[in-house]
Design a binder for this molecule. Structure first.
Ligand code: PLP
Length: 407
């Protein structure tokens, strides 16, 4: 029997050897080679990529830590106590939930692994997981890797991608165990409004389901839109795992620090498996993360820059004939409907070849993502550099619109 035939049937469909069939853009040398040949990447959800963005306060804390030699050693597998304390304060400040750093929060090596780890204790073969479509590609892949079945629930563009409870109800079966959301959503940037979130959570409680809420982009919500934390709604604390990250909000993706918070019963299990499954987060990064969480000026500065950037992207791109886009509601992304210009694959290929810019196709985000592209508006430190790239994207889209007779 060949090695392929020995693969676990859940992993067997994975195919990324030439980085062709993977559903995320950020996997391998293809992107690096494109950059070496002069191309630009606006497909990695990584603030200010590829430019440096570590604040002085963080560098100083890490320099001192290096001098002390402490980072040579493991942290606790559930994360350094001082970091859990800083995170607990941050969570309590933003949600009002009383978070005990030794009972309710765990640090993970980035939130991608945290997301899978949040699902692992619950999902087994045959379980069904309701997943809004479009959303983060891992939301479809991770349940499948655990033997469960992801069930896409369409979010409609005309309804500003809000969850529609009837669509969830229609797909509920005795096998449904979990709802898995990205909130605010990636790729659409939309924040689920209070009424939609309350209805969704009532549905979850009524049907005794578990919620995994990936909130990697929660730190930048624009236009004073209310951000409702589902874990705070009635009946939700005991059934919600909230997965977060310092990659997007604090702009320190390379530190690989994510975290999960949940009630102590759930956390007992996550703590119990931490050493076996997660190992332990990086000690030096943990020390840097504590300094970053305390540097209010840096956090405010990142927010201001990202808010400016989403406006800039909107101003340059929104009026291209045949393109529809809304001003982003959160985070570092823009989501464009380009279906009148071609398939998302065609548009991305043209942008890659003619603008020399890599952006994301919408299709990997679910069937509702077809005909859309995702641009990471936060790439590059300088607004001028970013504006030049948005303009190159605009020029190619305008050319495509002219070819379709739309100009
Ligand atoms: C929605 C969402 N969740 C989680 C992640 C993982 O981020 P990290 O592992 O850097 O914390 C990403 C990264 O793009 C994301 O977009």
């Amino acid at each position: 029997m060949g090695i392929r035939e020995k693969l676990n049937s859940r992993f067997a469909p994975l195919q990324g050897g030439l980085f062709l069939n993977v559903t995320k853009a950020d996997v391998g040398e293809g992107t690096g080679n494109f950059q070496k040949a002069g191309g630009d990447v606006m497909a990695w959800a990584d603030p200010f990529y590829p430019d440096p963005s570590i604040p002085e306060s963080v560098k100083e804390a890490m320099r001192q830590a290096l001098e002390s030699g402490i980072p040579a050693h493991y942290t606790m597998p559930i994360g350094m106590l001082e970091l859990r304390q800083a995170l607990a304060e941050h969570i309590t400040e933003t949600t009002g939930l009383p978070i005990d750093p030794s009972r309710n929060v765990i640090v993970t090596p980035g939130s991608d692994s945290g997301l899978l780890y949040a699902m692992m204790p619950f999902l087994e073969a045959g379980d069904a997981v309701l997943v809004p479509d479009p959303s983060y590609p891992s939301n479809f892949l991770d349940p499948a890797l655990l033997g469960a079945v992801p069930v896409p629930v369409p979010l409609r563009e005309e309804n500003n991608y809000q969850p529609e409870i009837e669509e969830f109800r229609k797909r509920l079966t005795p096998k449904t165990k979990m709802v898995l959301i990205t909130h605010p959503n990636n790729p659409t940037t939309t924040v689920f409004r209070r009424q939609a979130m309350e209805e969704l959570c009532r549905f979850i409680v009524e049907n005794d389901l578990i919620l995994v809420s990936d909130q990697a982009f929660q730190d930048h919500i624009f236009d004073d839109i209310e951000f409702v934390h589902p874990a705070t709604l009635p009946g939700m604390w005991e059934r919600t795992l909230t997965v977060c990250s310092i990659s997007k909000g604090i702009g320190l993706s390379g530190f690989r620090i994510g975290y999960i918070y949940a009630n102590d019963v759930i956390m007992d299990t996550l703590y119990g498996g931490a050493v076996n499954v997660l190992g332990a987060p990086c000690t030096l990064s943990s020390i840097g993360a504590i300094a970053a969480l305390k540097d209010r000026q840096h956090l405010a500065d990142v927010y201001t820059r990202l808010e400016r950037r989403r406006r800039q992207a909107y101003d340059i791109l929104h009026d291209v004939p045949g393109v529809t886009m809304k001003m982003s509601e959160s985070g570092i992304l823009s989501w464009l409907n380009v279906s009148r210009l071609g398939t998302d694959e065609e548009v991305c290929t043209r942008l890659q070849e003619e603008a020399r810019i890599l952006v994301n196709q919408g299709s990997p985000y679910g069937s509702q993502g077809k005909g859309h592209i995702r641009i990471v508006t936060a790439c590059f430190a300088s607004d001028e550099e970013a504006a030049r790239r948005f303009t190159r994207i605009r020029d190619v889209l305008l050319k495509m619109a002219a070819e379709k007779g739309l100009v």
